[in-house]
Design a protein around this ligand. Sequence first.
Ligand code: GAR
Length: 219
Amino acid sequence: MSAPARIAVLASGRGSNLQCLLDGIATGQLDARIAGVFSDKPAAAALDKVAPELRWARPPRDFANREAFDTALGDAVAACAPDWIVCAGYMRILGAGFVQRFAGRLVNIHPSLLPLHKGLHTHARALEAGDAEHGASVHFVVPELDAGTVIAQARVPVLAGDSSDTLAARVLAVEHPLLLATVRLLIEGRVAERDGTVLLDGQSLFNPLRLDSAGTLHR
Ligand code: GAR
């Protein structure tokens, strides 16, 4: 049997997506271990979810510029020898140097149906746009913000009377099974990216995988 996959998680906030990975590991759904949690916010609740020796947190203001911060972050991430790096609520833009250093094993969960609503305030923007559906995407990270190839998505309806908070809660509830199922495919070595196309079991995906209500991903 091969060793459990090593996952580094980048997080800036509450850490519910990290918790879902920890729960997946604890229940045997993910053959992995969290090799480190990395944050630009030393007070992030996400950090408290792992043992102190697995935490790295430095405020960007301690560094001369973005590149210096990214280099320190990248060195710390590399030191935990991760197979995969998962941005789970990491709210700081990663520079091209960092992205290139970990290209092909760096993914992000974003709360919209990309390519719709890149960036911030996605729930309010989905409401403003009158979208009938909203959701979340897991994608490979490229230097351009939220523009990498999408691996998998989960969709939710937008309901009459939704506020951005009610919509955010409905999306968050599907983010967790989406992230778990997608990371599982990644660590099983079933997903790769080639020239802007996602390969599943060696075959090109023309559309992102879709999460069903049982938490399973489908073509
Ligand atoms: C999640 O909704 C995630 O999709 C979003 O931040 C939240 C983090 O929640 N990420 C982004 O907006 C990235 N641009 P969590 O800290 O409870 O996992």
